[in-house]
Design a protein around this ligand. Structure first.
Ligand code: NAP
Length: 258
């Protein structure tokens, strides 16, 4: 099987490294990286069985359009963008299955990519009706990830709750402390864990806010009203219920077990 990866950054580089390690023939399309089987022209993807698009969110539609003159229905194409509804507006001549690996770090670029990134991670697929996903699902499992199926709009609402809104709040918490040197000096592990997402890849953060604006707004309204509800009846039962559910969600290695 021949596999293509476009954009060798954190996610694309990790897919590239993992699939090579698994023994697949992997073609990389990169503007910055050089090496065996790495090219800058899309022509080299012509006879690939599966192609992963791993470029920034705001470039994905353009890349999909460019692939129209290179690939046919014989090739499965997936994009790994953190949002899924925006890629559903057009049909393509290749077999397109949008997806989103729920794995990452606060770093970006090939130098931070590593082959174990997807080990034990959920990998969401949002296929169109009647799409055969068996081959892609199999490859995702071989990379160590766990496939999860969802509708594109449900996915975008869910990631607003668990990823985009927490990132925005982490950035705001950090910014709110600026100017208070004592607070920043005293800040320890609680502040570090709470604000980890404030160190997110800026380009991706801006794309997330722009492309998932509506869902983030709704999720923020839900957050404000939840803070209000919590404070209006701040009691031990409610807090221990939250604490217990949060403890039950992750195992000792920090992996989500739900
Ligand atoms: P990244 O490390 O910045 O990698 C993106 C790569 O895309 C760059 O290294 C570059 O690769 C290429 N690229 C950059 N600008 C481009 C442009 N204008 N046109 C074409 N290619 C361009 O970012 P990433 O974290 O891997 O994110 C890539 C995709 O994965 C995004 O769609 C993101 O939503 C998604 N994603 C990210 C995470 C995460 O936590 N980081 C998690 C899941 C999904 P070359 O130099 O090789 O061309």
């Amino acid at each position: 099987m021949k596999i293509g990866v476009i954009g060798l950054g954190l996610i694309g580089g990790s897919i590239f490294k993992r699939l090579r390690k698994l023994g697949y023939e992997v073609i990389g399309i990169s503007r910055s990286q050089k090496g065996d089987n790495i090219y800058s022209e899309y022509e080299h993807l012509k006879d690939c069985n599966i192609v992963f698009i791993c470029t920034p969110i705001h470039t994905i539609l353009d890349v999909l359009d460019k692939l129209c003159s290179v690939l046919t229905s014989d090739t499965i194409v997936t994009d790994v963008a953190s949002l899924k509804e925006f890629v559903t507006k057009k049909s393509y001549p290749f077999h397109f299955i949008p997806s989103h690996p729920m794995a990452g770090t606060e770093y970006s670029g090939y130098e931070h990519s590593f082959e174990e990134l997807f080990e034990g991670a959920k990998w969401v697929l949002t296929p169109f009706d009647n799409s055969n996903t068996a081959e892609l699902e199999d490859l995702i499992k071989k990379m160590g990830a766990i496939p999860i199926y969802a509708k594109a709009d449900e996915h975008d609402r869910a990631v607003a709750l668990i990823s985009h809104t927490p990132m925005l709040i982490a950035q705001a918490i950090f910014k709110a402390c600026e100017g208070n040197d004592l607070a920043l000096k005293l800040a320890s592990s609680g502040f570090r864990d709470m604000t980890r997402l404030a160190a997110s890849n800026c380009e991706m953060a801006i794309d997330m806010i722009n492309y998932n604006h509506k869902n983030i707004q709704n999720s923020l309204l839900n957050f404000y009203s939840t803070v209000g509800d919590l404070l209006s009846d701040y009691n031990e039962n409610t807090l221990s219920d939250i604490a217990q559910k949060r403890k039950n969600m992750y195992n000792n290695e920090g992996k989500n077990i739900l």
